[in-house]
Write a protein that binds this ligand. Structure first.
Ligand SMILES: [Ca+2]
Length: 277
């Protein structure tokens, strides 16, 4: 603790002492969690041991090997928001997101906070092809119209087809939102529990396709040219923390290509193990 911190703590007086005791009590009670308490999460939440550049991760390496040059984001959430793709674009935690131990790894638990992925030149924008995949754990409270965003890219209220987002909707529907003739589909899952979702935008075929647990779940045809604005990406909320997702996520993957049915089957085969199992 430096002298500035000491002076600060003296000024806090009794309040500071009580807060520190509470923080200690919280951290002792959470031995199974690798995260810090929400109150202590700073603007740049990364494990201090995490090097800048790509995070070494077996899963990210395996998926990258199967999809050479196209995996541009890989977030295994095994204790931090680090990126295991070659982009090395680590997520920044804002607010209450915890990394909870589950089985041999960990998952991100969203309790009102979100992850911001700083704008990166490898990220798909404008009308570029893209595939977004992740494990999602929903709770009954996760299902509400225009309240809970799983993934957001592009603008916010900036006009038709300038956004590309994955939103929770009224149960049992999910929504792929482009702010123009959005795509709603029923993933046919339990309202509470884990499922694996893959969302594909294919500009050549002008389709948005969705896959649940590796199987085709629905398509939207005749999608007009997207104009997704360049900018930060968000996991667990819409732009800058609006409409935060309540639930858990694991293994968020971003590809700069439209994956085929067989590539998605293969991706799910590599990823088939549900978090914690
Ligand atoms: Ca994980």
């Amino acid at each position: 603790m430096d002298s500035g911190s000491l002076r600060f703590n003296r000024r806090l007086g009794l309040f500071g002492g009580v807060a520190m005791i509470l923080a200690l009590a919280v951290s002792c009670g959470r031995k199974s969690s690798v995260s810090r308490s929400p109150a202590s999460i700073g603007a740049r939440e990364l494990d201090p041991a995490l090097k800048s550049g790509p995070l070494k991760n077996v899963l990210c390496d395996a998926i990258s090997g199967k999809n050479p040059g196209t995996l541009v984001g890989c977030y295994p959430f095994d204790g931090n928001s680090g990126d295991g793709s070659n982009s090395g674009n680590h997520g920044i935690v804002h607010g209450s997101v915890e990394f909870i131990k589950m089985g041999n790894g960990a998952v991100a638990d969203f309790k009102g906070g979100y992850l911001r992925l700083p704008m990166h030149p490898a990220y798909p924008s404008e009308n570029a092809p893209r595939t977004i995949a992740m494990w999602i754990y929903t709770e009954k409270e996760s299902w509400k119209m225009d309240r809970h965003t799983i993934f957001h890219s592009g603008g916010f209220l900036e006009g038709a087809r300038k956004t590309f987002a994955i939103d929770m909707h009224q149960a049992p529907q999910l929504q792929i939102s482009i702010w123009d003739d959005d795509f709603f589909f029923d993933p046919k899952i339990n309202l509470s529990g884990w499922f694996h979702l893959t969302t594909v935008y294919d500009p050549e075929a002008r389709k948005i396709r969705t896959y649940v647990n590796g199987s085709f779940a629905g398509t939207k045809d005749d999608v007009r040219t997207l104009e997704t604005m360049s900018g930060d990406y968000f996991i667990g909320s819409s732009k800058d923390g609006q409409m935060p997702f309540l639930g858990k996520m694991d293994d968020v993957l971003i590809f700069k290509k439209s994956m085929t049915d067989s590539e998605i089957r293969e991706l799910y085969r590599i990823k088939a193990q549900q978090p914690g199992s």
